[in-house]
Design a protein around this ligand. Structure first.
Ligand code: HEM
Length: 417
């Protein structure tokens, strides 16, 4: 509920956030019996919100802006500086359309075909290996898929380094110290590489098909009719490549789910009622990836008797909303069938953000993510056999982002006929 504004009385809760990870906001909402509370984080006063109504409010672009919301440390690792994530209003809508224009059914079909090709090639290689660490291998596969799909040339000898750089940027977002520093170095390397691509495209040294992301970013005109500068174009092209590589996390969690719920395997094989779609949705709901999102109050307003003051940082608990027992029956049970007759709305299933794609900041790559996951789980259950050796499959809910500790090792990989 809402009403008054409970306040966390500690001086600064940044340490508690690092200790409680994905449950930080939920823990306090429960303690205060409130969907909103005030705390201090990163040296400033912050409002934290959870629940469907809060999500709806958060995506009201009259009330919240993204400018100034993402800390520089996140921009220097995960996002890139001054990209689409930090824009507002007309300039944001114009830039967002650029991203969405890449997500046509034809282009998603191309992506599914590339994904299938990579899985086919992977089996051949894995059959000859004693053990395969699925997360690492899938990260490499996705790097090849991303570059090929986006029109970025990638030599086979480069794959490991590039994939690992994208992975490091993603892994840095909840990190301090060494994790942050390697994230920054990885981003610097990737930006230099992709700036070179943009320059080659613009000087016609590199020919890329018109319907690719590389072409779109190189020749995009901003709202004033100007080409993006090389660095900005590189940041936005990386905003396509990096998150495709991030799908390795969901594929790894999917393999974990198949291991822990073997009955899903049969259901995926027969795929009654589009079971694969339900399975993909449940993976994205159940397993932790994004913890929360941030925005700043655009202008003072009052909502449910709570004053929102211009400039205040507000965090939306996306992990908590995906596990909110008012929205999801037994939220901590893995149950794909819950999506069978699910009449979703834009604010209760938010693993990749909520609201409208074109009007707000909801993830531009959500359809693409679903497509790659479906193709992968279909392949994993129909065309590959493997064993899961003893290993530490636990994943932390404190470390952000998280993964099974062993990154999911498999052995005795065989093609299934
Ligand atoms: C934004 C999650 C994959 C491109 C976001 C947001 C989240 C998210 C939480 C922020 C929403 C908000 O600020 O309101 C994820 C997850 C992914 C994924 C968990 C799966 C691994 C992708 C893919 C692409 C992509 C594959 C592109 C190919 C973007 C872009 C934005 C975004 C461009 C910024 C949108 C904007 O600011 O308007 N994503 N994403 N994402 N995502 Fe994804």
């Amino acid at each position: 509920g809402f009403g008054q504004l409970p306040r966390d009385k500690t001086l600064d809760n940044t340490f508690a956030l690092l200790c409680e990870g994905y449950h930080f906001i939920q823990n306090r909402c429960r303690r205060f019996h409130s969907d909103i509370f005030e705390t201090r984080l990163f040296g400033e006063r912050v409002l934290c919100m959870s629940g469907k109504e809060a999500a709806k409010l958060f995506y009201d672009t009259e009330r919240f802006q993204r400018k100034g919301a993402a800390p520089k440390r996140i921009q220097k690792t995960l996002f890139g500086e001054n990209g689409v994530q930090t824009m507002d209003d007309a300039a944001h809508k114009h830039r967002k359309l650029l991203f969405m224009s890449l997500m046509t059914p034809e282009r998603l079909k191309v992506l599914a075909d590339l994904t299938l090709e990579q899985w086919e090639a992977a089996i051949g290689k894995w059959e000859a290996m004693d053990q395969v660490v699925l997360f690492d291998e899938v990260q490499d596969m996705l790097c090849r898929i991303a570059c090929q799909w986006a029109g970025v040339p990638l030599e086979e000898t480069e794959v490991k380094q590039r994939a690992s750089d994208f992975g490091t940027m993603i892994d840095a977002f909840g990190g301090v110290g060494p994790r942050y520093w390697s994230g920054k170095r990885a981003r610097a390397r990737a930006e230099e590489w992709i700036r070179g691509m943009i320059e080659h495209i613009r000087s016609f040294k590199l020919n890329v098909p018109k319907d690719t992301a590389a072409y779109a970013m190189a020749w995009h005109r901003d709202i004033n009719g100007m080409l993006l500068d090389t660095q900005m174009a590189a940041v936005e092209l990386i905003n396509i490549l990096r998150p495709i590589v991030a799908i390795a996390t969901y594929i790894t969690f999917g393999a974990l789910a198949l291991h822990e719920h073997p009955e899903c395997r049969e259901k995926l094989r027969s795929n009654e009622n589009q079971y694969v779609h339900m399975f993909v949705q449940e993976i994205r709901r159940f397993y932790p990836f994004g913890p929360f999102l941030g925005a700043r109050v655009k202008n003072d307003f009052t909502w449910k008797q709570i004053r929102f003051i211009k400039g205040t940082l507000v965090l939306l608990d996306i992990y908590g909303i995906n596990h909110d027992s008012r929205l999801w029956e037994k939220p901590y049970e893995f149950r794909p069938e819950r999506f069978k007759d699910w009449s979703g709305n834009l604010f209760d299933f938010v693993p990749q953000g909520g609201g409208d794609y074109y009007q707000g900041h909801r993830c531009a790559g959500e359809w693409l993510t679903v497509e790659i996951m479906k193709t992968s789980f279909d392949f994993l259950t129909k065309h590959i056999e493997y064993q899961v050796p003893d290993q530490d499959l636990r994943y932390s809910l404190v470390r952000v982002p998280t993964l099974p500790n062993s990154r999911f090792a498999i052995s005795n990989v065989r093609r299934k006929n």
